[in-house]
Design a protein around this ligand. Structure first.
Ligand code: DC
Length: 225
């Protein structure tokens, strides 16, 4: 197996460190990074902007079918685009964060986005992060990781991140929001957040990003041997 064809699935709840770790691994191993959460967020953002009812699955699906969601790698990280317009920061705002799980619960929306995600991994080595990558999107991936961390730790991480981006943030509210999003993501009917049987579970509560990256890269080197 070579690096070019390697597929790595990283799943876990909100703010468990998935995207930071996935980005680092993708850069180190020269793989494409696919942030699937950004795709659900992009659709949510467009629906809110266009006044499409996010509870209406049919309307959302129609909107998605007429929407191009793309990524571009730049020097200051990966940028997200809807129909060619950059929305990287817009999709992280609270109005999107607090409503995206409603969008992500629609089965037909998921199946369209899963199709797009699978296409991105078709002829490429990828590190893909999300909730259902190891279970649904890339069930045959070479390595599956499931990252977890306590609610308190994850709220503190998001709080720091929000502050650094100039986004208003209330720590106690964040704890409630994260717990609620965990509940919604793991109890929905379609593809709930669930660890794949063959995934390696890593608790990142007391680990630095470097330590998590190192642990995963060691697992990858064992695979490549
Ligand atoms: O990782 P994130 O916070 O950017 O994800 C945004 C939302 O999308 C979150 O509520 C879970 C959902 N999601 C999903 O259901 N499946 C994925 N593969 C990725 C994200």
């Amino acid at each position: 197996m070579s690096n070019e064809s390697l597929t790595i699935a990283i799943d876990g709840p909100a703010s468990s460190g998935k995207s930071t770790v996935a980005k680092r691994i993708a850069a180190d191993l020269n793989l494409i990074y696919v942030d699937t959460g950004a795709m659900y967020r992009a659709l949510t953002y467009k629906a809110l902007k266009d006044h499409v009812n996010i509870k209406d699955e049919k309307a959302l699906l129609e909107l998605l079918e007429n929407t191009i969601i793309s990524f571009e790698k730049t020097e200051d990280g990966q940028r997200v685009f809807i129909d060619g317009k950059e929305v990287t920061e817009d999709i992280r705002q609270n109005n999107v964060t607090n409503t995206v799980s409603i969008v992500a619960a629609h089965a037909r929306v998921r199946s369209e986005l899963v199709k797009r995600q699978q296409k991105m991994a078709q002829n490429n080595g990828v590190v893909m992060d999300g909730r259902d990558i190891g279970t649904v999107v890339l069930p045959d991936s070479d390595l599956k990781i499931f990252l977890v961390a306590s609610v308190k730790e994850r709220a503190e991480r998001r709080h720091k991140e929000n502050k650094s981006k100039g986004i208003f943030s209330d720590l106690e509210q964040l704890k409630k929001d994260i717990a609620e999003r965990d509940y919604k993501d793991s109890t929905r009917d379609t593809s709930p957040l669930k660890q794949a049987d063959d995934a390696v579970r890593i608790d990142t509560t007391k680990l630095s990003i470097d330590e998590v990256v190192k642990t995963i890269e060691n697992l990858i080197s064992t695979k490549l041997k």
